[in-house]
Design a protein around this ligand. Structure first.
Ligand code: GLU
Ligand code: ZN
Length: 301
């Protein structure tokens, strides 16, 4: 049997324009797809409507074009996909895998936290089902066993979800579906075979593999590429006020993104158009050469 043809994707959240860190994830997923002769899709994760910034989705698409990152097919918008997420939640409920949760933030304030400082759900509403009258979220119950998975960059890993995550939210009390559910439904819907994304999502992978199993979906292959941090060691993000990708000097910015990925272009290419550097990098791409550790942002010139 032939393996499924490669389908990769870049899935930005349009909460603001792309910055140097999101460019690294876009470039890595693009190169991995192009090096494999595969398709590269773009999906707008505009699920959390209140956090999305008007105009950001279009701004991101224009930035991708300006940086030579040409995608295949139509862009999928998660804001249009509620029916698919609702159907998946119905499946989970039908299997008895999901339960209603009425815990408020303040009720969970005393719950244990994992190494990342996130609340580990203590199982309150799983153990004592609340009356269904109040607004409620939906959580998926996790099992006590460890989930094993292999990342193409980080190697063999395992996580005990019961210990490190707890029963997790798939639909919020305000009616919005959660990232974990949407990402799994859409990766399957789009036929994604290879996920290449930022290392901040590494420890979300077991939740996603678990949902794929419950929903009878294929598990893609995963690779998590280095984040860029500021001098204080914080991930570049809107919260840490990372600046948008510049509109001039794109060649230098692309050369830096490639260097972060362990694929610094030769000196004579470093200042050229991003598309030219990408063409070189697609030929030389070896995912084993991508470092596991985060990189520190280059100070602004
Ligand atoms: N939308 C997520 C983000 O921008 C990425 C989701 C993914 O690649 O799985 O952080
Ligand atoms: Zn609860």
């Amino acid at each position: 049997m032939n393996p499924a043809p490669y389908v990769g994707r870049f899935a930005p959240s349009p909460t603001g324009p792309l910055h140097a860190g999101s460019l690294v994830a876009a470039v890595a997923s693009f190169l991995d797809a192009r090096a494999a002769g595969g398709r590269w899709l773009v999906r707008m994760e505009d699920l959390d409507r209140p956090r999305c910034e008007p105009g950001a989705a279009d701004a991101i698409l224009r930035q991708l074009e300006a940086y030579g990152l040409v995608w295949d097919g139509a862009v999928l918008y998660q804001s249009q996909r509620d029916d698919a997420y609702a159907a998946a939640l119905d499946t989970l409920r039908g299997e008895g895998a999901a339960f209603a949760c009425t815990c408020s933030r303040s009720q969970l304030a005393q719950a244990p936290r994992n190494a990342e400082g996130e609340i580990v759900y203590p199982g309150t509403c799983r153990l004592h089902p609340p009356p269904r009258t109040a607004a409620h979220a939906w959580r998926v119950r996790v099992e006590a066993a460890s989930t094993h998975f292999t990342d193409r960059i980080h190697g063999a890993l395992q996580q005990n979800m019961a210990h490190d995550v707890g029963d997790f939210i798939v639909k919020r009390a305000d009616g919005l579906f959660a990232y974990q559910l949407a990402v799994v439904v859409d990766d399957a819907f789009q036929g994604v075979t290879h996920v290449v994304r930022g290392a901040d999502l590494l420890w979300n992978t077991p939740r996603q593999i678990y949902l794929q199993t419950l929903l009878g979906l294929q598990t893609p292959v995963y690779a998590h590429v280095p984040l860029i941090t500021n001098a204080a060691g914080q991930k570049l993000s809107k919260q840490t006020r990372a600046s948008a990708l510049p509109e001039t000097g794109r060649g230098t910015v692309m050369a830096h993104a490639l260097a972060v990925l362990g694929h610094a272009p030769p000196a004579e290419l470093a200042g050229t158009e991003p598309a030219e550097q990408l063409a070189w990098a697609a030929v030389h791409w070896q995912i084993e050469n991508v470092p596991t550790r985060p990189a520190v942002a280059k100070p602004a010139p």
